[in-house]
Design a protein around this ligand. Structure first.
Ligand SMILES: NC(=O)c1ccc[n+]([C@@H]2O[C@H](COP(=O)([O-])OP(=O)(O)OC[C@H]3O[C@@H](n4cnc5c(N)ncnc54)[C@H](O)[C@@H]3O)[C@@H](O)[C@H]2O)c1
Length: 250
């Protein structure tokens, strides 16, 4: 399938995990991908993989928690590709499952600035360009955006906030032909799991809480993201698609 042939796509957090898998999936369907990540080495690796299979990608160093960095990245992307069709707002970090009383001001602000403000800065910068192409935004929330105990206090608050952004901006922009949706991944085997609380047997826990009894693969999040970003989802906006092995069905 070449659903994104010639489309200009930005993926934040494209250097690793879900972002890398989604960058590869967009590129394999013909998109010109901007890999925006704070990690230069990992971002350039994603680009190298895409170039190796004949796809099109560029790396732009970006810190999504810094408004100037996000604005500059969107400007540079549009300058390089001439337009913007899809903004996948995916960069995020976890809080080590810190409960409220153990959440320092520093941790709170770091999580909110990256996971929530990053999505806001990205949407605000991308929207004028997406209005021209009737493009769309996909954001990565989480099962932590739908209930407790899939992260700590700051992480859960940030991911609930992302759901709010999806609904609000979807309604604001529908008349311009811009769609805004999100995915809520369950547990996915990525670098993020390295931040699980000490002493927690992650494998056993995931097996116990996930009806499908396993981690998702990054590719299993990427394909639902591509669906939401594609014309196959032309009547879908303001939707949060759970991709969680059944976790939030319980
Ligand atoms: N892995 C899971 O189980 C899981 C579950 C639900 C939701 N998520 C969400 O999926 C998204 C991707 O996470 P992942 O699991 O692929 O983790 P990951 O750690 O593999 O990838 C995250 C990427 O974001 C980048 N990043 C971090 N801070 C950044 C910043 N300030 N600016 C730009 N880039 C930054 C990292 O360098 C990294 O490349 C996150 O939003 C995360 O909250 C993950």
């Amino acid at each position: 399938m070449q659903r994104f042939k010639g489309k200009a796509v930005i993926v934040t957090g494209g250097g690793s995990g879900i972002g890398r898998a989604t960058s590869l999936a967009f590129a394999s369907e013909g998109a010109n991908v901007i890999v925006a990540d704070i990690g230069e080495k990992s971002g350039l690796e994603t680009v190298a993989i895409i170039l190796q299979f004949g796809g099109s990608a560029q790396f732009i160093a970006t810190d999504v928690s810094k408004v100037d960095s996000v604005n500059a990245m969107v400007d540079a992307s549009v300058a390089a590709l001439g337009k913007l069709d899809v903004y996948f707002s995916n960069a995020g970090i976890i809080d080590g499952f810190a409960p409220c009383e153990q959440t320092s001001d520093e941790l709170w602000h770091r999580i909110i600035n990256i996971n929530l403000a990053g999505c806001f800065y990205g949407a605000r910068a991308a929207l004028p360009h997406l209005a021209k192409t009737k493009g769309n935004i996909v954001m990565t929330s989480s099962i932590a955006g739908l209930g407790a105990m899939a992260g700590g206090t700051a992480y859960t608050a940030s991911k609930y906030g992302v759901v709010g952004l999806i609904n609000q901006i979807a309604c604001e922009c529908a008349a311009q032909g811009v769609r805004v949706n999100g995915v809520a991944p369950g547990p996915v085997a990525t670098n993020m799991l390295a931040d699980a609380p000490e002493g927690l047997d992650v494998e056993a826990w995931i097996k116990a809480v996930t009806p499908m009894g396993r981690f998702g693969k990054p590719e299993e999040i990427a394909l639902p993201v591509l669906f939401l970003a594609s014309d196959d989802a032309s009547f879908i906006t303001g939707t949060l698609l759970r991709v969680d092995g059944g976790w939030r069905s319980k």
